[in-house]
Design a protein around this ligand. Sequence first.
Ligand code: TV1
Ligand code: CA
Ligand code: ZN
Length: 398
Amino acid sequence: EYGIEKPRGYNVSFHYNPHVEYHHFGSSHPMKPWRLTLTKQLVIAYGLEYAMDLYEPRPASKDELAIFHDREYLSFLEAITPQNMKHHDEGMKAYGFGGESNDCPVFEGLWNYVSLYSGASMHAAQNLLNNQSDIAINWSGGLHHAKKKEASGFCYINDIVLAIQHLLTQHQRVLYIDIDVHHGDGVEQAFESSDRVFTLSYHKHGFDRHYGYQFFPGTGDIHEMGPTDPTNPGKGHALNIPIDDGIDDDQYKWLFKTITDAVVEKYRPTAIVLQSGADSLGGDRLGRFNLNIKAHGFCVETVKNYGRPMLLIGGGGYTPRNVARTWCHETAVCVGASLHNDLPTHIPYIQAFQGEENGGGILYPELHNRSRHDNLNTAKALQTLVQRAMENLRYLEG
Ligand code: TV1
Ligand code: CA
Ligand code: ZN
């Protein structure tokens, strides 16, 4: 009874296998699969489950993952455990595990975890192909850094690439949009030689004052537009929007709408995949932007309104209570519901949302108050950025 007001006639499906929640990257690691538990609890508490078709997809098989990934890499991923990893130093290094940063740790149940989130993205894509859904959601996916045979930046299997490959069996042109604060390098690279996928990523780029080096992964400059060889069909089919610290709601909304509208108009995609990483929110543990939940959700709403089959997936997001708030809000945007700002009181883990420091028990707290990043984006710099983006899009003509 909480807030379903005006169904707009979109068929929405929710693809989620709760077993992903029980996996842990390690206590100090910022990636917390537990944020998915919180998300699901909010979605249920607001009654949104009744406005969608719910699926509990099976884990993807090794053969399914091999459609993109290298078989030897997969065998390694399947076999490696915290117990045997000390005997696999070479494989660990070669495939991007462990290392100094320990971005991609080996943990208990790793293979199960990657199969679960990948299975959910592939099942969601299948639902769009069957015309069973107009919008298919998988908040456990969106692991955009994984390469064909390398784990990178918390990502082991690239579920997005697998889902897009599946969509390409029936769609001529797929648009990939990425609003995670990090550059969607793995997806861009996987389709760099194809004109049937256009990749568009918005991200923080450049020297980082907090880290003392380039913000991860360091790629995604405005000049990076895919291959430069004029005979390569993928030329000009990537667009990167590098953004500086502290961008605010109005700036981001304007940037997103102006550029994405132009891409959709010129590329005319028949399906759209939106990676909705929540680390672009204000107050994110790893992020640098000052976005509020409704500005982030504006991107989902904008893409929904293009009226193409849409796959909506998660990604980063390192302040779990705000990840849950955002993805619950965006689920509501998809089904056309507006939600009451007071959180339902019967939520398990309600204390995660209560108290001044946790957002005061409401759905839409101001996120940019504490730990606010100074806004280094001037109006002039953003105008130049949009102008360059439009110039880059000229490659799509003729
Ligand atoms: C273990 C324990 C790992 C604590 C990693 C933050 C940790 C980070 C940790 C961390 C951390 C990164 C780099 C450094 C490259 C490395 C899901 C030069 C407090 C999609 C991935 C970010 C983002 C990787 C993933 C990044 C996604 N930042 N604490 N690691 N080396 N890695 O900078 O796009 O959101 O931070
Ligand atoms: Ca991005
Ligand atoms: Zn990220």
